[in-house]
Ligand binder design. Structure first.
Ligand SMILES: [Mn+2]
Length: 347
């Protein structure tokens, strides 16, 4: 998207109704309380926070009698399947392929989407939906939609969904709770980055009946045996550049197309979690080959470099310590672009 992209923005003269986060949460609740048909979108190649947010809110609305569809857009070269590990969050069968969504939904809710591009093929719904509600926590999000529940201070989008559920008067139970917990536990890297409010929500969800161990094992601790050998190959090819990022160090590895296509998102997205443990580097980067000349880049940091800004410089976005971008071109050029963006950020 560009600075001139105005999709999802109210027409000229119609001000945004939501000046503060508190007002945005109230406004979102008010719209959803009256809605008869709601489409909830996660970002392309959804993770547990995106899909958990959409399914938690979707489940509560479904129980209120709302016609609910949950989906996510597609991208060229991307993996457009629902991640196997997240399917069980969809208790009521609310997930539908993006192609089956209504062309002009009454209410559209975009969950955990850092920018319009993250809606992929579903971005056009911003033009046709009656009301668009953004629920997100990415620092790089420029803001879009008529109601913007956008809080970079929230550790996960599910925390903002919980606030909307409160406004709707919807209680937490084990079904909604699993959706929220999945996003909370994964976006905080197993609560490593969770503050008191996130821990309090986790306690409430356990009290509501969420069984944590089987839920989290399925999402982050389960891979096919064949993945172990593939992972070994990827990590064997990792490189360390101690002088990168102004001497803070960069560790990087490449996941070739043959590996990307042979495994699920659960496997491919786990690589960066191994790389980031390298003591000699503050920045970990994984280049995933999602097309012959197309790369999805995942970045993880240790707080010393703003990787949200680095990702934005590369055409992507995200958080200070976890971000990403998709780039066309050759791997060597992308590596050089990353080095340059890191140097520019720490200068
Ligand atoms: Mn998130």
């Amino acid at each position: 998207m560009t600075a001139t992209d105005t999709r999802g923005v109210p027409p000229m003269g119609e001000p945004l109704r939501t000046a503060t986060l508190e007002a945005a949460v109230e406004d979102a609740g008010a719209v959803l309380r009256e809605a008869r048909e709601v489409v909830l979108l996660a970002h392309v190649q959804p993770d547990a926070d995106a899909l958990g947010s959409a399914l938690a809110l979707g489940t509560a609305l479904h129980r209120r009698g709302v016609r609910v569809r949950v989906s996510f857009g597609t991208t060229s070269g991307g993996d457009d399947r629902v991640p196997q590990s997240l399917r069980s969050l969809d208790e009521y069968g609310l997930l539908v392929p993006a192609a089956e969504l209504p062309v002009a939904p009454e209410v559209l809710v975009a969950c955990d989407t850092a920018d319009i591009g993250r809606l992929g093929s579903a971005a056009g719904l911003l033009d046709t939906a009656g009301t668009t509600i953004l629920v997100d926590h990415h620092a790089s999000n420029p803001g879009f939609g008529t109601i913007r529940v956008l809080d970079p201070g929230a550790e996960a989008t599910v925390m903002l969904v919980r606030r909307i559920l409160d406004v709707l008067g919807e209680p937490l139970d084990d079904v909604v709770g699993r959706c929220l917990y999945a996003g909370l536990a994964t976006d905080t890297v197993g609560f490593r980055t969770a503050g008191p409010e996130a821990h309090r929500l986790a306690a409430e969800l356990v009290e509501a009946g969420v069984e944590v161990e089987p839920l989290i094992r399925r999402i982050v601790d389960t891979h096919p045996f064949s993945w172990l050998h593939a992972l070994a190959g990827v990590l064997a090819g990792a490189s360390l550049e101690p002088d990168a990022a102004g001497g803070r160090g960069l560790v990087h590895a490449c996941v070739p197309a043959a590996v990307v296509s042979a495994f699920g998102q659960e496997e491919i997205e786990s690589v960066v979690g191994h790389l980031r443990t390298a003591a000699e580097a503050d920045v970990a980067a994984v280049f995933k080959q999602v097309g012959p000349h197309r790369w999805a880049l995942s970045l993880r940091g240790k707080g010393t470099v703003d990787l949200s800004a680095v990702a934005v410089a590369l055409g992507g976005g995200g958080h200070r310590n976890a971000s990403g971008a998709v780039r066309d071109g050759e791997l060597g050029d992308l590596r050089a672009a990353l080095r340059a963006a890191l140097d520019a950020e720490v200068r």
